[in-house]
Design a protein around this ligand. Sequence first.
Ligand code: SF4
Length: 449
Amino acid sequence: MSLIQIDSNAGERPRVGFVTLGCPKNLVDSERMLGLLSGAGLLSTGDLAGADVAVINTCAFIEASRQESIQAILEVAELKKTGRLKRLVVTGCLAQKFGDELRREIPEIDALLGTGVEEEIVEACKLEGGSEGQVGKAGSLWGAEVPRALSTPRHTAYLQIADGCNHGCTFCIIPKLRGRQNSRTIEDLVEETRRLAAQGTRELSIISQDTTAYGTDWDGRQHLPDLLRALAKVEGIEWIRLLYTHPSRFTGELVELLRTEPKLCKYVDMPLQHIDDQVLTRMRRRVTGRQTRNLIRALRARVPDMSIRTTFIVGSPGETENEFRTLKDFVKETEFEHLGVFSYSQEEGTPLGDSEAQLKEGVKETRRREVMTLQRRVSKRIHARRLGQRARVLVDQVTGKGEGIGRTMHQALEIDGVTYIRGTGLEPGRFLDVTLTEARAYDWVADAN
Ligand code: SF4
């Protein structure tokens, strides 16, 4: 959860406090809304307790994220009863999917904006505003012309290239929340990247529900390599990082681009969800275990120094001991550089959510822990191999004690670990060549001298 506040600095105009939950895609929506609010004359300020208006940008991806969002709304609603807060606005996926229920259960909410109607935020934050909810237009998109107030350090920014998803995985409610895929044009994305670079952005993290599906909504063809080549030409951008790829959409052209384009980080985030064919079929992932293994082999063979992040879902309905064992073996043999595991979350209205073969929470949690334990051992082995090697880091911040905190091209912002840097020349936004001197569980310590 991140908290950003903006303040009008003027008696008449309201101070707005902003809470963002969920994924980087939601963070970009918040940055756009903040950009619009700031364009309307509001400025950043102190703490939520001093705000006149609170905006909660919610997440509804899984049950845990819905609970976290509801908890945040309830806490802020308390401020309305006891503090100076005059208005409570709820935006994002939870507002899109459960607007009516939220209104009924939490009367302190004054305005609701679903996904795709965030441009209404200035109206929604007006103190004299009404209390009508705004139905979302899932799948509609922001363009480069909408201002953005970055909440990341300015040298690193997310670039959202599309919204929505056409895959229809049977465990996922994202298509219901965000609609069908809608890709932004290459020109619009290059324009936004130029603006970001002019403000000092050096690293771009490419996001959408499935970045490898970019452009397939226009003509069925994948346009991601075209986009990446165009973005790599933007002066000032030095690292481009690919997040949220889908194994069924990886092409030889994309692998080759990862190998040859120096600005593309040798890093890919590819949520695989599972490896057993039966489970993949039940999840409707449209990819087999064999195809996935071949893809990983090709990435590792053709792209030197490649680092792969993945996520798995364990304990989905009907997952047998055998199927789970196949996943564990795969984790051991593949040695992913970064790995996350979720225990399956039952989502109402999805085919797997409606299945009667649900596993007990205890089983799911035990399986999740087992995979994490395996991965800790894998991480140690990978770290031992890299110890003493040279690496390039981007410095994110310098602490009061003069220590740098940054990331190698194998560490995505706020997703993977960090690199603690000792030495001189430390400055946020600067690239440095370092030696990796010490490995911690998920982080590195490096020497910049
Ligand atoms: S590809 Fe991702 S966002 Fe799309 S349906 Fe599958 S899990 Fe959901």
